[in-house]
Unconditional design. Sequence first.
Length: 384
Amino acid sequence: MVNGWPTGGALTAALAGAVLACSITATVAGTTLEELDAALEAAPDDQELRFDRARQRAWAGDYDGALADYDRLLADAPHEPDYLLGRAQVLLWSGAADEALPLLARAREAAPDYEAVWRVELQARAAADETDEAFLDAARDRFPDADWLPEPPRRAWEVEGSVRHDYLTRGADDWQEIRGDWLSYRRGGLTWSGHARQAWRFDDSDQELGLAVSRPLGPAWSGRVEGTVSPADGFLPDRSLGVSAGRPLPLGFGIDVGLRRSMYPAIDVDAGRVTTERYFGPWRAAYSAVLTRLQGGSSQLSHAASLTRYYQERSHAGVTLSAGTEDEYDAATGDVEPFTVRGAVVEGRHWFAPAWAVSWEAGYHEVDDAYERWGVRLGLRHSF
């Protein structure tokens, strides 16, 4: 079994059970193929006789003959689940599992509680290497006592605590932050994450809570919704909401697009982002373009390019370079002023034990001639 899906000997055993079940139903009539041929010559429109012969032919290994009978049956009754299931079984046994799946989907739609249809579809998906956790979840919900379904994958959790310190030039006070993050995920299902942080900047402090959820949106796309809230009227946004969606592309490429609105006490900020990435070996290269707009200001564009290397099983280290223009809002005057910004960050996460990792980051950020900021962050992560 691979990732909860039957393969190899397990798949052979499952198929053998299905064949045996079919053979039992095929011999109920107590007639031979020769007798069925003769009976159909006398009554060519008798669907029950033709159905019996299709099953007898399939059991005898005459797949072409069985498919011909099922084609005739489905021409007269295109939504009959027994015929759809029978033809799908023949295709599965003959090695055409991918052709069987559309028939099984039609049978499921016609008879949602027909357990044999779901069971054969599970076998066909495994044979076609088309794993789908959404299908398994739906089957478990419909047939909670079924012994032919694999156990659901275990939900994993990760928690992290981190501290950050930023050193500012031009006599500005340093920034500090303590933060807690959590992550909960299950393969093929919903991924939940959240954070809580306390930050100190410019002789002021602020707090923030965040929550995000992501999930697959079909076989290729995945989507994410995230939001934050700050109970104090400080320098962090009172509220923010973001949505994004991404999918892999051919040749190791991928794309992700997102929108976010951040709501401060005196002004709102909108941002749109497009990220393209490519994986090659243990490396990931990515480029992001971010367009931001403050109320009362013009749209500003910034860019970021990153290169990350993955090592061991879950560890990584990478570097990001960024440059562009950002607007800053002066609360005292109400003016919006553009600044040229540049930055560089190196960061990573190293799993030094199966359940423990250290997260680290060091970065530099320059805001025109206003100030420079040098920051470091260190965190400890635990998985369970």
